[in-house]
Design a protein around this ligand. Structure first.
Ligand code: DC
Length: 223
């Protein structure tokens, strides 16, 4: 693809953003950037240092003493926390909750958004998160909001965790997801919202291919 194209995908946890974004990135041959992975890396550091992600002072300490970098190898995104590759450590329930907690703080968001904007400045990218269309890349060529029923989202996450050998119950996953939804949607700074110019897709009753078709209907139309 020659023309620069920037695609923003927002939505709640478990709606399928990552799966769809990775497939789109492969098919369109442009990089995929997960902004959630950056907040996850900060949550990991918080846990490692025994700090409290909900505490403003602790968040300031992390923000001022941490570097989060992203590198690509063979099309895969790796997250570097203070120079160390931590990608494989970021997808646990504890880190999901911690990322949602640490991401409410102003200083944390400002630092991460600056890096995210820089990435999209000179190249095509598919970026997913909670505030991509509203704050990070308001001028994106396409803004999508991917949603799904919370029980379906929790079931997807539950199946994923179970396949990794985690024996958390469905009820726990559902409870965590509802809490995360509330925090991500009601925080003061950059809450998850549906932008007026976003294309809303509901993946509740769609397969991955079905969701991809919906995306391509729009990307194809405007290209
Ligand atoms: O997309 P994810 O599940 O990896 O994100 C983890 C948490 O990080 C999410 O619950 C809220 C936060 N987040 C955010 O506040 N803004 C973003 N752009 C991406 C993630």
């Amino acid at each position: 693809m020659n023309k620069k194209i920037v695609i923003a995908i927002d939505g709640p946890a478990g709606a399928g953003k990552t799966t769809v974004a990775k497939e789109l990135a492969k098919k369109m041959d442009i990089p995929y950037f997960s902004t959630g992975s950056m907040y996850r890396a900060l949550a990991l550091k918080c846990i490692q240092l025994g700090l409290d992600a909900t505490n403003e002072k602790d968040a300031n300490l992390i923000a001022n003493n941490t570097t989060v970098g992203i590198k690509y190898e063979n099309g895969k995104q790796y997250v570097l926390l203070d120079g160390e590759n931590v990608t494989e450590l970021l997808y646990t329930d504890q880190i999901s909750a911690g990322a949602s907690q640490i991401s409410v703080h102003k200083i944390i968001r400002e630092k991460m958004v600056e890096i995210q904007r820089h990435v999209a400045q000179n190249q095509s990218v598919i970026m997913d998160g909670r505030d991509i269309g509203s704050v990070v890349l308001p001028m994106a060529d396409f803004k999508f909001y991917l949603d799904a029923d919370v029980k379906v989202r929790a079931k997807r996450r539950f199946d994923e965790l179970k396949s990794k050998g985690n024996n958390i119950s469905f009820e726990e996953v559902l409870k965590d997801m509802k809490e995360r939804d509330i925090r991500d949607k009601s925080r003061e700074i950059s809450p998850l919202v549906i932008c007026d110019d976003a294309i809303v897709i509901d993946s509740t009753n769609l397969s991955i291919d079905g969701v991809l078709n919906e995306f391509f209907k729009h990307i194809g139309e405007k290209k």
